[in-house]
Write a protein that binds this ligand. Structure first.
Ligand SMILES: Cc1cc2nc3c(=O)[nH]c(=O)nc-3n(C[C@H](O)[C@H](O)[C@H](O)COP(=O)(O)OP(=O)(O)OC[C@H]3O[C@@H](n4cnc5c(N)ncnc54)[C@H](O)[C@@H]3O)c2cc1C
Ligand SMILES: Cc1ncc(C[n+]2csc(CCOP(=O)(O)OP(=O)(O)O)c2C)c(N)n1
Ligand SMILES: [Mg+2]
Length: 574
């Protein structure tokens, strides 16, 4: 009987951990591992065309399933390509393991062909990153890596030299057999009492909820009802908070709704729940701020906090709710909801499909929202597609929305869609791609065909890096270096074996998208949209904007872009 190799043991451990697929590009030092994966009945190798796409895809899978997802790259440039996607996984706090193959162990330190030092390179985007330099370390190092990724929710990297992978294993099999830890974390009784007292005292409360509210929807709604509090959400919380929510007043921030902005600014008590909303200028200055988060180190990170509590949202709210009194005043809630109604109506007006020859991107997003299935997984590129997704996609508790919201990397949507579709074969997956974003990792259009992934790619073709152009305008800088001389993406798709369609008029948007969604295989719909959909009026002066990036402005981009000026004036001229 042939002996188990270290690579075989690695695959055994991954199987034991429930891994079903590994995204990557093979090569040299990874070949031993690839050979063991080939023999696995459980684990499928998803060959992508760029390792960055592999990491984004693994991140999407982990985000959607909550379980460990895996990507791999060969030594040197192969695993170096993983980094940007891994950074995104790390910032999104999703459990991902990266296998970074390494050059032959006896060459390390000699400046050998493709030599890099993964332990250093990945240190910033991982919770755990170690080199396996001898067979005795396996499976312990791999299991620590997996445990770290799951328990700390983040990225682990195992660097494995090709020769070590091919040596005989010392240990017989996996050592750990316990499921992913799911502890409940709740503030102490004394703390819950203080929390209840603070909230019972205040009549004008606004809740800012984020991704940490996942799984606690009923508790959150009950809480808002007792407090008569409008709920503002941060972007990563949209998919968990917005639906079936009579207290929803939209998002805040640059891409937010002015109703979300004012609900926060006008409250006496701001209750932050499971959010790391990063833009400090959008927090009220005089309100009492109460924050709860699973991680103590998050408290007070974005604004001053008067009362901070460590706990998971569900357990904390369950303990808190019986101690809360019904707030008798609903004036703040009513005012916020009314404002939301008006903001929403103004945004809906802009999503019209009948204004002459132009196809407004808002309209495309609304058509997508209407035609997509009840449980569609959407991904959106960083750039203006993030705006359209934030404002025009309706979440319902089953739909999901993924982006590179915290790391903010372009080109995320297509590779995230690959991971979403590979891990959810029966689900509709739609990638809202920018023309810049799609072109950046366009090689992986080929993966849709190769792996029979019926992803639908909708290209917002504005022939520019439009979001950056907007930033330049807001900063009073002339638009520069933002032109895109685009090909026909539909023809490129056709050449890649993907159904390629183009909508050239507003009337064609619905039928083309419907055709793509009905198509059994992968499809791409290319849609020309105006370059400057959100224009910033010339009234914003250079003096006002000087030294401020778009994200630093205290501004909500309303549909037409004029509110950015109003809020900027309020803030900067005070
Ligand atoms: C082009 C662009 C524009 C953007 N504009 C905006 C904008 O206008 N508005 C906006 O909101 N965002 C915007 N974003 C996104 C923004 O950068 C942040 O990523 C987002 O606001 C963070 O959302 P979050 O707080 O829900 O999630 P996270 O940052 O992931 O924070 C979640 C928090 O919940 C905690 N947590 C996790 N699990 C639990 C649990 N079980 N119980 C309790 N706590 C838990 C975590 O520790 C963390 O502190 C933009 C992004 C891009 C790319
Ligand atoms: C990898 C990377 N490079 C550059 C940027 C800066 N950036 C942010 S949005 C953007 C433009 C995106 O263009 P496109 O995908 O065409 O979307 P649009 O805004 O035009 O709709 C750029 C260059 C970034 N976020 N990530
Ligand atoms: Mg563009």
């Amino acid at each position: 009987m042939t002996k188990n190799k270290v690579a075989d043991l690695l695959v055994d451990v991954l199987e034991q951990a429930g891994v079903e697929r590994i995204y990557g590009v093979t090569g040299d030092s990874l070949n031993g591992i690839a050979d063991s994966i080939r023999r696995s009945e459980q684990i499928k190798w998803i060959h992508v065309r760029h390792e960055e796409a592999a990491a984004f895809a693994a991140g999407a899978e982990a985000h959607l399933t909550g379980k460990l997802a895996v990507c791999a790259g060969s030594s040197g440039p192969g695993n170096l390509h993983l980094i940007n996607g891994l950074y995104d996984c790390y910032r999104n706090r999703v459990p991902v393991l990266a296998i970074a193959a390494q050059i032959p162990s006896h060459e390390i330190g000699s400046g050998y062909f493709q030599e890099t030092r993964p332990e250093h390179l990945f240190a910033q985007c991982s919770q755990y990153c170690e080199l396996v330099s001898q067979p005795e370390q396996m499976p312990r190092v791999l299991e620590i890596a997996i445990q770290s990724a799951l328990a700390r929710r983040g990225v682990s990297v195992v660097a494995l030299p090709g020769d070590v992978a091919l040596r005989d294993a010392v240990e017989k099999g996996p050592r750990l057999h316990f499921p992913e830890p799911k502890p409940t974390v709740c503030p102490s009784e004394e703390e819950i009492k203080i929390l209840a007292e603070v909230l019972n005292r205040s009549k004008k409360i606004t809740i800012l909820g984020g991704a940490g509210c996942a799984g606690a929807h009923p508790e959150l709604i009950e809480l808002a009802g007792k407090l008569n509090a409008p709920i503002v959400h941060a972007m990563r919380g949209k998919e968990f908070i917005e639906y079936d929510n009579p207290f929803d007043v939209g998002m805040t921030g640059l891409l937010g709704f002015s109703s979300g902005y004012y609900a926060m600014m006008n409250c006496e008590t701001l209750l932050m729940i499971g959010t790391d909303f990063p833009y400090t200028q959008f927090f009220p200055k005089d309100a009492t701020v109460v924050q709860m988060d699973l991680r103590g180190e998050q408290l007070g990170r974005r604004t001053k906090v008067d009362f901070g509590f460590v706990g998971d949202t569900k357990s904390t709210l369950r303990a808190l709710l019986p101690k809360l009194e019904q707030n008798q005043s609903d004036a703040h809630l009513k005012q916020s909801l009314e404002h939301y109604g008006k903001t929403r109506a103004a945004l809906n007006d802009l999503a019209s499909g009948d204004s002459g020859k132009l196809i407004h991107p808002q309209y495309i997003a609304r058509v997508l929202d209407q035609l997509a299935a009840k449980d569609t997984i959407f991904t959106c590129d960083v750039g203006t597609p993030t705006i359209w997704a934030a404002r025009y996609l309706t979440m319902n508790g089953k739909r999901r929305l993924l982006g590179s919201f915290t790391h903010g990397s372009m080109a995320n949507a297509l590779p995230q869609a690959i991971g979403a579709q590979a891990s959810h074969p029966g689900r509709q997956v739609i990638s809202m791609s920018g023309d810049g974003g799609l072109a950046m990792l366009m090689g992986d259009l080929l993966s849709l065909r190769q792996h029979q992934l019926p992803v639908k790619v909708i290209v917002f073709k504005n022939d520019s890096l439009a979001f950056v152009e907007l930033e330049m305008k807001a900063a009073g800088i002339l638009g520069f270096a933002t032109d895109l001389h685009n090909p026909s993406f539909a023809k490129i798709a056709e050449g890649a074996g993907v159904l390629g369609l183009t909508a050239e008029t507003p009337e064609q948007v619905t039928p083309r998208i419907a055709q793509a969604l009905k198509h059994e295989g992968p499809a791409l719909v290319e849609i020309p949209v105006p370059r400057q959909e959100l224009s910033i009026p010339p009234t914003i002066s250079y003096e006002e904007a000087k030294g401020f990036s778009l994200f630093m402005l205290k501004a909500v981009l309303n549909g037409r872009g004029d509110e950015i000026v109003n809020l900027a004036r309020v803030n900067l001229l005070r």
